[in-house]
Write a protein that binds this ligand. Structure first.
Ligand code: LMR
Length: 334
């Protein structure tokens, strides 16, 4: 009888282990923006391709809109293994101690996507992502959002128009310095809190690419927007290193392919998505959109490029110099 029940127990154990072996690996992918944005769409694209390419061995659960975690919490959750994948804005890596990523926040460091891609899709970008590994994080890719505009409830044409304004920023020392260079008062705030802060007047204005402004309805509570394209906002897709290294090699390889395809997709749609959002903001009639003249934009550039030198000791002079070389930028020629 004892032998019988032991055998029975072994069979049950064997069966449940077999069932366990078939359980898909779950990747929880948390992010803070809406699904209808470049990052939101790319996350969905990755979910679909990862599940297809692994033949269902991996299940990706995407949690958009700060549903699961807000900005600061999501980084902690990744390190603790509560989520496996994130795509935080490059501005949000300061607390991890990888200051090189903040180079992307420097105002006017890239004039367009082509210059940016020479960095993010080349050896400089790969070198920067490598710096995450000692922190227990693997950087898989850079995903684009786009170039930022300023918004406020008073007209913005030249830098002086932002003087004394309280402006919401992401949690980044470089962006803090940028706003101070304009004489504005930077207010660090989680993305999920930005709309309400603008609506209630806790802050006067902000900056973001148009897809973020539109999908969060910021244009409904901001009367003016200036297409300054004064800085870039993009993402690093990251995974918990222990989780990633622990995956079977074939599954990891399939996920790498899914990520490669998702990156190509993200970077292909980002500009179109932002252009479409700008058009929607225009159509809403709630925000007056101003296109600065070349002279006005140059005034912003002259006011903001000195931030590069100020932030040199934080970000690293070499990283900045490498990017200048890649994009042929010479601040002394302004
Ligand atoms: C912001 O906080 O403004 C952005 O980083 C949000 C995002 O993820 O695009």
């Amino acid at each position: 009888m004892r032998l019988q029940s032991m055998l029975f127990g072994l069979i049950v154990l064997g069966l449940s282990q077999g069932a366990l072996a078939q359980q898909p690996v779950v990747i929880k992918f948390s992010h803070v923006v809406a699904t209808e944005t470049p990052k939101g769409k790319a996350a969905e694209f990755f979910r679909k391709r990862a599940e297809e390419l692994t033949g269902g061995k991996v299940k990706v659960e995407v949690y958009p809109n700060s549903q699961l975690y807000k900005d600061k919490e999501e980084m902690e959750a990744l390190q603790l293994g509560a989520v496996q994948m994130l795509a935080p804005s490059l501005a949000k890596f300061g607390p991890l101690g990888v200051k090189e990523l903040e180079v992307f926040d420097l105002p006017f460091i890239f004039d367009n996507y082509a210059e940016l891609h020479r960095v993010t899709q080349g050896p400089i970008g790969a070198g920067i992502l490598k710096k995450l590994e000692p922190k227990g994080i693997v950087g898989l890719a850079f995903w684009d959002n786009g170039f930022k505009s300023f918004s406020a409830n008073t007209p913005i044409k030249v830098p002086a128009d932002l003087k004394g304004k309280k402006l919401r920023i992401q949690s980044s020392k470089v962006l803090e310095e940028q706003m101070q260079a304009l004489g504005a008062l930077p207010q660090v705030m989680a993305f999920s809190e930005a709309y309400q802060a603008l609506q209630t007047g806790v802050v006067d204005g902000t900056e973001n690419p148009h897809s973020n402004m539109y999908s969060q309805k910021m244009h409904e509570v901001q009367k003016y927007m200036a297409l300054t394209e004064h800085g870039y906002l993009g993402y690093a897709v990251i995974v918990n290193r222990k989780f990633w290294d622990g995956l079977p090699a074939d599954v990891r390889g399939q996920l790498e392919v899914a990520m490669k395809e998702s990156t190509a997709y993200a970077n292909r749609i980002a500009k179109e998505e932002n252009d479409a959002s700008l058009e929607n903001i225009r159509k809403s009639g709630k925000t007056q959109i101003y296109v600065p003249t070349p002279e006005e934009r140059l005034a912003f550039k002259k006011a903001l490029v000195p931030v590069h030198q100020k932030m040199e000791s934080r970000i690293g002079a070499q990283t900045i110099a490498d990017i200048y070389k890649e994009t042929a930028f010479d601040p002394s020629k302004l």
